[in-house]
Design a protein around this ligand. Structure first.
Ligand SMILES: C[S@@+](CC[C@H](N)C(=O)[O-])C[C@H]1O[C@@H](n2cnc3c(N)ncnc32)[C@H](O)[C@@H]1O
Length: 217
């Protein structure tokens, strides 16, 4: 019998794809160019984060949380499914003198969410597209957002879908169990609002990405 559509692949498949080599590339790109535009816009959409606690889900090497710390946030927790990022993240935290203000956990956020306390700001930058069950992921994130939930996810359009189908074909060819997804923005918004958040501004970034903010009234 085939697996249900929303069952995530094993953690090992995430580690295989989001591996130490990818982490090293992310670190080099960050050192050379800083945050990508979508991430810079999310930081701007976050508004005043002075003293806030930040939860970054699927943060990779954790650069978005670092930008929020730079903007005045007090501390950050990064919950990342792949252990492949840990060495690069530790090097970056050491370099920035921020190791004491960032806690890193390697876990599936959805599976471990019950053990993760609410934070003022919860961020998922290009993460919803990497998990099959968007409803469970966004619901768990929204439930832990005391103030704001910030998301970057793929725009729902034919061109984006075609690109993601091509990526999944390549992953299948490489016999990698990890897949990408274009989840409906309406389903993402429905999960966030069901948890008591209100939709805020959205912005579109080029052909692929959309940023959205939800705040707790
Ligand atoms: C495309 S990468 C983006 C990394 C980083 N946010 C960035 O924009 O550079 C997506 C990340 O989300 C992580 N991820 C996906 N689902 C997750 C989950 N349920 N819990 C924790 N991390 C998750 C993956 O392991 C991967 O590192």
């Amino acid at each position: 019998m085939s697996a249900p559509c929303c069952t995530p692949p094993p953690q090992s498949e995430y580690r295989r794809f989001f591996n130490r080599r990818i982490a090293g590339l992310d670190l080099r790109r960050y050192r050379r160019k800083g945050l990508p535009r979508t991430a810079r816009d999310l930081v701007a959409l976050a508004g005043d984060v002075e003293g806030a606690t930040v939860l970054e889900v699927g943060g990779g090497i954790g650069t978005l949380a670092l930008a929020l710390l730079d903007a005045g946030a007090a501390s950050a927790t990064n919950v990342e499914l792949s252990a492949g990022y840990e060495d690069a993240a530790a090097a970056l935290l050491e370099e920035r003198g921020l190791a004491g203000r960032v806690e890193r956990r390697v876990a599936d956020f959805v599976a471990e969410a019950d053990g993760i306390p609410p934070h003022d700001v919860v961020v998922l930058h290009r993460v919803v597209c990497c998990y099959p069950d968007a409803d469970a992921l966004v619901t768990a994130a929204a439930a832990r957002a005391r103030g704001a939930l910030l998301l970057t996810y793929p725009r729902e359009r034919a061109l984006t879908r075609a690109g993601f189908v091509a990526i999944n074909g390549w992953l299948r060819f490489r016999r990698c169990g990890f897949r990408t997804f274009v989840h409906a923005p309406s389903a993402i918004a429905a999960a966030a609002t069901r948890e008591g958040l209100q939709p805020g501004p959205r912005s579109r970034e080029g052909a692929i990405w959309e940023n959205a903010v939800f705040t707790r009234p």
